[in-house]
Design a protein around this ligand. Structure first.
Ligand SMILES: Nc1ncnc2c1ncn2[C@@H]1O[C@H](COP(=O)(O)OP(=O)(O)OP(=O)(O)O)[C@@H](O)[C@H]1O
Length: 564
């Protein structure tokens, strides 16, 4: 048996033993009290007295053991499920799923795994064992009473839970998505607070959240009503069964001792059985949650990992992109349509083009975040043979070619830790050097290395954010540096200063720079102009401004803006 199986068996055994001890405690106590009323010699009661003490103590010990082992196994199972989800999500990427929905799956739905064990399986086993034990005891004392008890237990433990399941199955399947919807609305309210306030749309967004909340509340109220009715019916069944047992004992003239033992053990036998109706309701939700988790696990990875990965080439790397075609979804026009370019060690290539031309898609293909439909990306070190990027493990490929992403994220951590993310081993000297090259030292001097940076980087200006991201990229120092729109969303002056510093800092590094601004590109070795996923022009800045086309037009309009 696996270790988890062993722990589960231990928890089930402890739970059943605790319920059995409870049953035996009540049975022996009932026998002791009624027998004592007949005033027998004390010796006739001594075994029962010891029994009562032993059962009372052992019940607590077994209950403690069950809680310990049960929660241990449940929390381990929950942790393993979360780990499994992370593993499934990392290669798939967050592409099609809303963050809040994923978070809700990660938190609420994985709780379901815990409930499956703690509120489903373990109490179910304990209820079954206790019910059977009570019926067997009844059979020895009075078969007719045992049959009444059996009927009552079947109603409370099987019929009622089945009824609850039937009444709530459809609603339960809607609760998890409704909770995810509410989480998504609340996340929108939080993250979009500034935009909502700017356009006076806060009221509508709040109303939409309130509606989502009301939908969830209505579903949960419906569930709660079914639960309440089931709980009432359960207690009614318990009372009627005990009354039936007493009547059967009276009719058979069983005597006061046997009647008391039968009545009280019947009463206690219901204790673990009654929560089964509520457990059935929860199990319907648990099954829906498990289905949602399966969906996430079944998300195919964004890129296929090689069956037999090749070793990553060492030393300075050349990158050869040939006839690359990338389509984001079947049936959509290709985002890249036959792109070829070469990056040789120490050279800088800039990719420019209008919005939607495919620039970010090219970087995504280089970072192995999307699977090309055709064409190749090869890495070559020195005179050695080239390796196809697809033959390398994808995280190794990302280690070789990475850098400044389009939306750099600032973590809620100190400035130092935000930088260390890209170089965990970096010493103070290296951190200071990266900060100096990204021209951030003045800011760092002012704020200090340990200054906490706020959520979503709101304490950081746009220019500082891009420089922070550049410092990270320089610290990480990959063989091939990729820079995606580093001057995006900056004002002219800040963008000019950043581009000048960036071109300074990347001199002599193998760099692919995606940009929508042309100023400074005199410095790069080659410029590739992309339009509609294809290379329409390539050359140096001097060559491109001399030829009609997108580059010259943009250059002229930039010059006009600069002159104003
Ligand atoms: N994840 C995606 N799923 C579907 N289509 C996508 C995805 N990412 C990009 N596209 C589409 O692919 C095309 C190229 O997009 P890409 O982001 O590469 O352009 P870009 O040149 O980087 O644009 P920008 O300068 O605006 O960032 C666009 O038509 C875009 O709508």
């Amino acid at each position: 048996m696996s270790r988890t199986g062993g722990r589960l068996a231990l928890a089930m055994a402890a739970g059943a033993a605790a319920e059995l001890a409870g049953l035996a405690l009540i049975g022996s106590a009932a026998w002791l009290i009624t027998r004592a009323a007949e005033q027998p010699p004390l010796a006739a009661l001594s075994v029962a007295i010891v029994g009562v003490r032993a059962f009372a103590t052992s019940k607590g010990v077994f209950r403690y053991g069950e809680r310990l082992a049960g929660h241990d196994v449940a929390l381990r199972a929950q942790a393993a499920t979360r780990e499994d989800l992370y593993r499934a999500l990392i290669p798939a990427g967050p592409r099609d799923r809303h963050g809040a929905d994923l978070l809700s799956r990660m938190v609420d739905d994985t709780d379901a795994v815990q409930d499956l064990l703690v509120r489903g399986l373990l109490p179910g086993v304990a209820a079954l064992v206790t019910g059977l034990a009570a019926v067997v005891l009844g059979l020895f004392l009075l078969p007719a009473a045992a049959l009444v008890l059996l009927a009552g237990l079947v109603v409370a433990g099987v019929v009622l839970p089945a009824g609850v399941t039937a009444a709530t199955r459809r609603r339960a399947a809607r609760i998890a998505p409704a909770r995810a919807e509410l989480a998504a609305r609340v996340a929108d309210l939080l993250h979009g607070a500034a935009d909502l306030a700017a356009y006076g749309a806060g009221g509508r967004a709040l109303a939409a959240s309130a509606e989502a909340g009301a939908r969830l509340a209505a579903l949960e109220r419906g569930q709660a009503r079914v639960n309440a009715v089931a709980a009432c019916l359960g207690v009614l069944t318990q009372v009627l069964t005990v009354a039936g047992v007493v009547l059967a004992a009276r009719a058979a003239d069983a005597g006061s001792v046997a009647t008391a033992v039968l009545a009280l053990t019947s009463l206690v036998a219901f204790e673990p059985v009654l929560p089964m109706a509520a457990a059935a309701e929860r199990m319907a939700g648990v099954l829906a949650a498990l289905r949602r988790l399966r969906e996430v696990r079944a998300t195919p990875p964004a890129v296929a990992e090689p069956a037999t990965p090749r070793a990553v080439p060492g030393g300075p790397l050349a990158v050869e992109v040939e006839d690359l075609v990338v389509r984001h979804a079947p049936g959509r026009p290709p985002a890249l349509n036959g792109v070829s370019l070469a990056l040789t060690p120490g050279r800088r290539v800039a990719v420019v083009g209008p919005s939607g031309a495919g620039k970010s898609t090219l970087l995504a293909a280089l970072m192995r975040l999307v699977e090309p439909e055709s064409g190749t990306i090869r890495l070559r070190s020195g005179e050695g043979p080239a390796s196809d990027l697809r033959e390398l493990p994808s995280d190794e490929a990302r280690r070789m070619m990475t850098g400044l992403t389009q939306d750099p994220y600032v973590f809620q951590a100190s400035l130092r830790d935000n930088l260390r993310l890209a170089g965990p081993e970096a010493g103070e000297e290296e951190l200071a050097e990266a900060v100096r090259r990204a021209r951030l030292e003045e800011w760092v001097e002012r704020t200090g290395w340990d200054a906490p940076l706020g959520e979503d980087g709101r304490t950081v200006s746009g220019g500082q954010l891009q420089r922070l991201a550049l410092a990270r990229a320089l610290l990480n120092d990959p063989p091939v540096l990729l820079l995606d729109e580093p001057a995006e969303a900056l004002d002219e002056e800040t963008a000019d200063a950043l581009m000048a510093d960036l071109l300074d800092a990347t001199r002599g590094r193998t760099t692919l720079l995606v940009t929508h601004r042309l100023r400074g590109l005199e410095e790069v070795d080659e410029i590739v102009v992309l339009e509609n996923g294809s290379v329409v022009q390539r050359g140096t800045h001097g060559e491109l401004v001399g030829a009609p086309g997108y580059y010259r037009d943009l250059w002229r309009s930039e010059a006009l803006v600069a002159r104003r």
